[in-house]
Write a protein of this length. Structure first.
Length: 260
């Protein structure tokens, strides 16, 4: 009797182990990657007087989180050597959040990945018209581990020059629900953008423009009894009410190679 009981318990344990093993093998990481979405377009706008390339990435599932997520962005261009050999030049871009500086990307809500166009960027001397006429592919890869099964997966997308909107900004997605006393993600605005005033010159020209402007302002304000920063043409005191108000805005596909 005792032997039969032990045999039944051991059989149940073996069966449970085999069911878990089969489930772990049959659960496909590819289906999990379909719940990770990228924005249909990337945008270029100003942030703190610097041009930035911004795109969105988010996880549609709320019952299973992605752990150890890392995000990488690369620029792929087709080039030809002096001997006529064609090859694809791959240049990695520095982005924020940068998984090289952080242990993992915090992906409990959609994030905006930002590439600041600075001297180290391949887009530093590229203006709006140069961007449209250029031939490259901006490739993004998100890698992570599924929390429930510990399987790794990879989601990726890419943007061609005509899919990068110059002078646009993403609509805010985070809403605060006072009735529920919590924040809520509005995924209907995930791909929504709106136009903003953005210089069409390159980041190189914009940087030198700001340097010249600050130099002129410091020269004009030199010797004045009151420091008037960023005001080249100070208005009379009785005309202060005529100034305009300031507004502020918050920002926030699997695909193969598209290079022709």
């Amino acid at each position: 009797m005792i032997a039969m009981s032990l045999q039944s318990i051991l059989g149940c344990l073996i069966q449970a182990f085999m069911v878990g093993l089969v489930f772990a093998k049959l659960s496909r990481p590819q289906s999990r990657s379909k719940t990770v979405v990228f924005s249909k377009h990337a945008v270029i706008c100003e942030r703190n007087h610097k041009l930035c390339i911004i795109f969105r990435v988010g996880d549609m599932r709320s019952d299973s989180f992605i752990v150890n997520a890392s995000l990488s962005v690369k620029v792929i261009r087709r080039k030809v050597t002096d001997e006529g050999e064609m090859y694809h030049d791959v240049v990695p871009l520095t982005i924020k959040p940068d998984s090289a500086e952080e242990p993992c990307v915090f992906l409990i809500w959609p994030i905006s990945a930002i590439h600041i166009i600075d001297k180290a960027s391949p887009f530093y001397k590229m203006n709006a018209s140069d961007l449209v006429s250029d031939n490259f592919e901006l490739h993004m890869v998100l890698e992570g581990t599924i929390e429930s099964t510990s399987n790794t997966f990879q989601a990726r997308t890419s943007y061609l020059p005509h899919e990068i909107l110059w002078g646009h900004r993403f609509e805010p997605m985070m809403l605060y629900r006072r009735d529920h006393n919590k924040y809520q993600v509005n995924f209907s605005a995930f791909n929504s953008t709106y136009e903003v005033d953005t210089p069409i010159i390159s980041a190189y020209e914009l940087e030198h423009y700001y340097k010249r402007t600050l130099g002129k302002l410091s020269t004009i304000s030199h010797g004045l009894p009151v420091h008037m920063a960023f005001q080249a043409n100070p208005a009379p005191s009785n005309a202060n009410a005529a100034g305009g108000g300031e507004t502020s805005s918050e920002t926030e596909s699997e695909a193969g190679s598209k290079i022709p």
